[in-house]
Design a protein around this ligand. Structure first.
Ligand code: AMP
Ligand code: FES
Ligand code: ZN
Length: 307
């Protein structure tokens, strides 16, 4: 196969784009996709300050590099989950990457905050991954708001977005369907959330990271159950193989025709928000869910330690 741009030998085939690219032209394709995403979805401008959530995986590091090359004002944010062995490795990759590229980085430690993820695994009543995800989103927002950032960017790619949309659709989960998308506008107490890689598949971000020589943290989380999301991704892999482009059409169709309907539905039922009496984050209860989870886990730990 020949590169669609320069006719050299292609190293990445992209059936969904009826294209293939060589190692020099593929990053240009990647850049165009990110530019299109930012422009069409009005994600942010060159005058704004962007906080980029860096897990150490291929997607978020690829995103950070690409936004830097495009001249955006970016700062990395890594949340050290405090999981033995795994978290040290992820953090080292993020720190090494930021140092090598002279990028600003903030690191937040869950242990220092009083709730390392192993305690959540041991003492929380809900599955560790869903609590961990909620805690991460809470700190992303809090740190972005406190730091006066204009937007918080994550490395979610097309496969992540389609798997989530598919899971939400299987449950017809209206609240989640109403605000799933590549941009969630900011509002009182909430920073704007953006996903500039939403047009790119996992395969494409992996290729970009590889061709750019980014050293990534590739190990899965030791607590991940590999449950439904992974299954849904496999299913979508089959569909995409049979009919290239279907993933993007499904997601794009939802953005154009589905999301609005759910947003209207939810608008009428949303409760008013007030600052949490403990931490000040917006909540529709007196004390926010994160403060309640933290107190409950710490209490159970105290009891266990007291014997
Ligand atoms: P995941 O939910 O693990 O697929 O991660 C989705 C996105 O969330 C990543 O691309 C990152 O932008 C962000 N993220 C996940 N874990 C962390 C972390 N420990 N610290 C900072 N950002 C993270
Ligand atoms: Fe949070 Fe695995 S439990 S990343
Ligand atoms: Zn709170």
């Amino acid at each position: 196969m020949k590169c669609s741009r320069c006719k050299a030998t292609a190293c990445v085939a992209l059936p969904s784009h009826h294209a293939g690219f060589c190692k020099d032209c593929f990053p240009l394709f990647f850049t165009r996709q990110v530019e299109t995403a930012i422009r069409r979805e009005k994600m942010f401008t060159h005058d704004e300050r962007i906080l980029v959530a860096l897990s150490g995986g291929k997607d978020s590091l690829a995103l950070m590099l690409e936004l830097t090359l495009q001249g955006y004002d970016v700062t990395g944010l890594h949340i050290d989950l405090g999981i033995p062995d795994s978290s040290q490795k992820a953090r080292a990759k993020v720190e090494g990457f930021c140092e090598a590229n002279s990028l600003n980085l903030e690191v937040f430690e869950m242990e220092g905050w009083g709730l390392p993820i192993p305690d959540v695994k041991r003492f929380a009543t809900r599955p560790v991954c869903s609590v961990c995800g909620r805690l991460k989103r809470y700190h992303f927002n809090r740190i972005a708001v406190e730091g006066g950032y204009d937007a918080l960017a994550t490395g979610h790619n097309l496969d992540d977005e389609v798997a989530r949309l598919f899971a939400n659709t299987l449950r017809w989960d209206a609240p989640y369907l109403s605000d799933q998308g590549p941009v969630l506008p900011g509002s009182d107490g909430f920073v704007r959330k953006v996903k500039p890689l939403f047009r790119l598949s996992e395969f494409e971000t992996a290729n970009y990271a590889f061709l750019k020589g980014i050293e990534i943290h590739a190990d899965p989380c030791p607590y991940a159950s590999g449950a439904s999301f992974t299954e849904h991704k496999k299913l979508w892999g089959d569909l995409e193989h049979r009919s290239p482009g279907q993933k993007f059409q499904f997601y794009q169709g939802f953005l154009k025709r589905g999301r609005q309907a759910f947003a209207l539905l939810e608008k009428e039922t949303g409760d008013p928000l007030n600052p949490c009496t403990e931490c000040g984050s917006p909540t529709n209860a007196g004390i926010c869910s994160v403060c309640r989870i933290k107190a409950a886990v710490q209490e159970k730990k105290r009891q266990a330690e007291a014997g």
